[in-house]
Write a protein that binds this ligand. Structure first.
Ligand code: PDD
Length: 281
């Protein structure tokens, strides 16, 4: 069955949805996106996602396409029209269509698109095997732009090598996974994850998972770590809106711990989902 997508104020079958060939999202990756999980037909981490959307837009000189409440209403309508119980909602906001020019046009109507992907997000997780790859992305990774070619290339390279994902490395330290934040758990039980800066996306899942870990009295160190440190860790995991807490069991061919998902990742994953379902709206 065809999905219903949202394009600039209308809900239409996906086959009929259209944006201009002059859209700056298409020509310049001049746009921002957000990905929000849906559990039990409800929206997860709404405040976090809408807050980051506003910030990302501001950083590239754009305004919110509508109020946060109106955006939430569109998200909920998308869940309803697509009979969605579990999955992800993608929101794409671009600067709009304009005759091709590097100079950013001022008074252009933004393009606003939402689409859904119904899929099972909960349930047992297999541990991921990751490879390291140079981070060739731009210098403002804190902004969630639609410019995802480098991330797509490293993920595809990992698959080509029979692995699940790539951890990107810059100046000897891991930045992020292709579309997730990364963590190691040291043999002393300390959670280490890269500190926030322009080098990584401030993950919404990251924020909640660190809060949960803190409430569970786990020790957290926010600092960059190396691939070697990861290979010597007791366990590792990654977080993202659509994969929650996912264990990592191998880094560049080296198995972590006993090569199976570790207890810290499992526990944080369980609590995160419990809390997410409760807090979803
Ligand atoms: N990606 N880092 C990068 C580079 C990401 O693309 C993502 C999310 C994250 C995690 O952020 P959050 O916890 O807010 O989802 C970190 C989404 C899921 C995607 O592009 O599909």
């Amino acid at each position: 069955m065809s999905r219903t997508v949202y394009v600039n104020g209308s809900y239409v079958p996906e086959e009929e949805a259209m944006v201009s060939v002059f859209d700056r999202g298409f020509l310049f990756a001049d746009g921002i996106y957000e990905v929000t999980a849906v559990l039990d037909g409800k929206i997860c981490e709404w405040d976090g996602h809408v807050g980051r959307l506003e910030r990302s837009l501001k950083e590239i000189g754009m305004e919110m396409p509508m109020s946060a409440d109106e955006l939430l209403a569109v998200h909920r309508e998308m869940v309803k029209r697509n009979n969605m119980e579990e999955g992800a909602i993608y929101l794409q906001v671009t600067r709009g269509a304009y005759d091709r020019d590097f100079l950013m046009p001022k008074q252009v109507k933004q393009t606003v698109v939402l689409f859904t992907q119904a899929k099972k997000l909960t349930g047992p997780k297999k541990g991921l095997r990751v490879i390291s790859m140079p981070d060739i992305r731009w210098g403002r990774r804190d902004i969630k732009t639609v410019q995802l070619l480098a991330a797509s290339m490293v993920k595809s390279e990992a698959y080509k090598q029979g692995k699940d994902d790539a951890w990107m490395v810059e100046d000897g330290f891991v930045t992020e996974g292709s579309s997730n934040n990364t963590y190691i758990v040291t043999k002393e039980g300390k959670i280490v994850t890269r500190n926030l800066s322009n080098s990584i996306l401030p993950g919404i899942t990251r924020k909640s998972v660190l809060r949960i870990a803190d409430e569970m009295k786990m020790e957290i160190e926010e600092r960059p770590f190396t691939i070697e440190e990861a290979q010597n860790a007791a366990e590792a995991f990654m977080t993202a809106a659509t994969s929650f807490v996912t264990p990592v069991i191998e880094v560049d061919g080296v198995a972590l711990g006993d090569g199976t998902p570790g207890p810290v990742s499992k526990r944080l994953g369980e609590v995160y989902i419990e809390e997410s379902v409760k807090a979803s709206i």
